[in-house]
Design a protein around this ligand. Structure first.
Ligand code: NAD
Length: 429
């Protein structure tokens, strides 16, 4: 969708040959994975995510629509590349930017009012405002924020099955205060509220650290909008070690892209105050991980619940093999999308992601937990997605936000709606 076609997006959308579209994944190409601004070359991400919808949750391939909105690029290399396909101007900003996005979203929503729109890989300055603008008006979510939140919460709920802790008693430090951190924190807050805390009480159980240190109202810089709710009213602290010493956290989450930031001192300090620390080093790829599973097991004498953002091989510690879990968003978003489209929900609520996380955590077997894994085996992903979809539908029915009537056997109904990638062989007669 090129910005220069402004005023004509409805016509472009109407040219799409499929009348039935269930899931649209849209990006503006501004923050593709760890690669940054890829302009229109970011289209690979919506295509890839939709492939996961098909493979993991049985969304019909013909009912998926990948979209890149071309608002220009600030990537100098691309602007000079004669093979670059996008518009050759700096990224539009401010009102001009939001008008373009709005025209696209409205055009797509008008043609397919029941389709789910997934916002993907937008920079934080746009990701949060766009989500807040559309989340009550149409069926949409942001995977970098809510999908990440859901999958991390699922890992934490499964970890509680090992540590026997209660979610609303945890003290949680985040290294990194971007979209993943805030998405995860918001989802845990939703979980703590379900367990009886008020929003204010829940938020007090979080400490965020960004590139400037502990996020506080007192440190003298202008905080980005998305950090304000979690800014603490206390004296600034610079390092993670200092914060760990004062807070004595039970959970440490890394979403900072700072490899090695969970060093031996930090992990040993954390272990002093808690029997089984929960350490999620979620930065991707593997080389960016805040610590490795081997380090986490060694520095805690094997008493840790560890999960990563990228895959690690199983490790051996004191004669026992541990295969730690990978908090991959593909555990959550395909099932949420399937559920929302099957019952024809009118919006995606935080309770849907919370129930998805709870369902995923309950699907982790006792054998998995014994091996230190807080996520189930990905080979069962279609079964997992169907159960998540059922729990999402149940929320939509109970909140009165589903167009479709509730069938008697919801699981059977959900499964009957899933695309089966099976080749039919016909014999020539
Ligand atoms: P982001 O760019 O929005 O946020 C990065 C944050 O790290 C910023 O708040 C920044 O201030 C902070 N930071 C930078 N240097 C720091 C330092 N030295 N000390 C402390 N904080 C520092 O990125 P994001 O979308 O939030 O993603 C962060 C990481 O999490 C990425 O590596 C991403 O791949 C990973 N991630 C994992 C999953 C998953 O496991 N399911 C999901 C989403 C993101």
């Amino acid at each position: 969708m090129p910005a220069s076609a402004k005023g004509n997006f409805k016509k472009i959308i109407n040219n799409w040959p499929e009348d039935k579209v269930d899931v649209i994944v849209v990006t503006d190409g501004s923050r593709i994975l760890g690669l940054g601004d890829l302009g229109t070359s970011g289209i690979g991400i919506p295509i890839g995510k939709l492939a996961l919808y098909v493979a993991c949750a049985g969304i019909y391939p013909s009912r998926t629509l990948p979209v890149v909105i071309d608002v220009g690029t600030d990537n100098e290399k691309l602007l000079k590349d004669h093979l670059y396909l996008g518009e050759r101007h700096p990224r539009l900003t401010g009102e001009e930017y939001y008008d373009i996005i709005d025209e696209c979203v409205v055009a797509a929503h008008e043609r397919w009012p029941k389709a789910l729109i997934q916002f993907e890989d937008f920079t934080n300055d746009h990701a949060f405002p766009l989500l807040n603008k559309y989340r009550e008006k149409l069926l949409c979510f942001n995977d970098d924020i809510q999908g990440t939140g859901g999958v991390a919460l699922a890992g934490i709920l499964a970890a509680m099955r090992i540590t026997k802790g209660k979610l609303n008693e945890q003290k949680i430090i985040f290294l990194g205060a971007g979209s993943a951190a805030v998405g995860i924190a918001d989802m845990i807050v939703a979980g703590m509220i379900e367990e009886g805390l008020s929003k204010q009480e829940a938020r007090k159980r979080f400490w965020f650290i960004d590139s400037k240190g502990l996020v506080t109202t007192t440190r003298g810089d202008k905080l980005a909008e998305h950090k304000i709710a979690y800014a603490r009213n206390e004296k600034p602290q610079k390092t993670l070690l200092e914060v760990v010493k004062t807070v004595k956290p039970t959970i440490l989450i890394g979403v900072s892209k700072q490899p090695g930031a969970f060093n031996e001192k930090v992990v040993r300090e954390m272990k002093k105050h808690v029997d089984i620390p929960i350490i999620f080093a979620l930065s991707n790829p593997t080389s960016k991980s805040e610590c490795t599973p081997t380090q986490a097991y060694e520095w805690t004498d094997g008493n840790v619940v560890y999960a990563s953002g990228s895959p690690f091989d199983p490790i051996k510690y004191k004669g026992k093999t541990y295969s730690t879990g990978q908090g991959n968003n593909m555990y959550i978003f395909p099932g949420v999308g399937l559920g929302a489209t099957v019952c024809k929900a009118t919006k995606i609520t935080d309770s849907m992601f919370y129930t998805a996380a709870k369902t995923l955590a309950n699907l982790v077997s006792k054998e998995d937990l014994k091996k230190g894994r807080v996520y189930p085996d990905l080979k069962d992903i279609r079964e997992i997605s169907s159960h998540i979809a059922v729990s999402v539908c149940e929320i939509a029915y109970s909140e009165g936000i589903a167009w479709e009537k509730r069938p008697d056997n919801l699981l059977e109904f959900v499964k009957s709606k899933m695309f089966q990638p099976v080749y039919l062989l016909y014999k020539a007669v």
